[in-house]
Design a protein around this ligand. Structure first.
Ligand code: MN
Length: 250
């Protein structure tokens, strides 16, 4: 008898979110799915880990495990302690909202996949580009399953994680899948300054980002109704700069 591959599922919206439920259900036919996810919303926590307090975990009746920590905590705890064997795939999501371009550096969803990659496990992050109204998690779940099946078969190329963004549309209206690169965010009005009732200024980070829509970017793919798949690696060294800086006299 062959053992079914173990798939670790996590997210940053919390274990009770609609996206992670849709994801876990969709991947069930590909292997043994174990959900280990934050007990509450942890969006925009990036790649943070919890070092200043103990991490409590709860094993729920449905077999899922919730952690009082970040998405990265979840992947670390799962692979080092909670799971009985090594997962063959880490899938993070389905995030409520897109994780495109420069924004991946803030994303808890993508960070969980980064942690999986650092641990040497093929990993992917999946986000639904939600807009007000209906949320088509079923569409994102269908593509998560399709891409996960491919990754379980062949791994991810060149030690990369896959950052997947899905347009908020019924599956039949998706134009296809496009392999993309991360786009650039244009920072316009991203910090709002107002005055509180006591006359003191306050700031709120938010606003609506705009994006470079150069062809081949992830954002352009979403606008064109394509599922965007961007391979991301964690080789952060800028080798061109290394060559240039070898001439520096310091
Ligand atoms: Mn989130």
């Amino acid at each position: 008898m062959t053992t079914r591959p173990l798939i670790l599922v996590t997210n940053d919206d919390g274990i009770n979110s609609e996206g992670i439920r849709a994801l876990a259900t969709a991947l069930d036919s590909l292997g043994e799915v174990q959900v280990v996810a934050p007990d509450r919303e942890q969006s925009a926590t990036s790649h943070s880990i919890t070092l200043d307090r103990p991490l409590r975990v709860t094993r729920r009746e449905d077999g899922q495990i919730s952690v009082e920590g970040t998405p990265t905590d979840c992947v670390l705890l799962a692979t080092n302690s909670l799971l009985t064997r090594r997962p063959l795939l880490v899938v993070s999501g389905i995030n409520h909202g897109p994780n495109l371009g420069d924004d991946v550096t803030y994303s808890g969803t993508v960070a969980a996949a980064m942690e999986g990659l650092l641990l040497g496990i093929p990993s992917m992050a999946i986000s639904l580009s939600t807009t007000p109204g209906t949320h088509h998690f079923a569409t994102a779940a269908a593509f998560a399953r399709r891409i996960a099946a491919k990754v379980l078969e062949e791994g991810t190329p060149n030690a990369s994680l896959l950052n997947i963004n899905v347009p908020n549309l019924p599956e039949g209206e998706i134009a296809g899948v496009r392999i993309t690169q991360l786009g650039k965010r244009l920072y316009v009005d991203s910090v709002i300054e107002k005055t509180d009732p006591r006359g003191r200024p306050y700031f709120w980070i938010g606003g609506s980002p705009s994006w470079e829509t150069t062809k081949n970017t992830d954002h352009a793919a979403i606008l064109d109704r394509f599922v965007s798949v961007t391979p991301i690696h964690l080789e952060l060294t800028d080798f061109k700069a290394v060559v240039e800086m070898e001439n520096w006299v310091l």
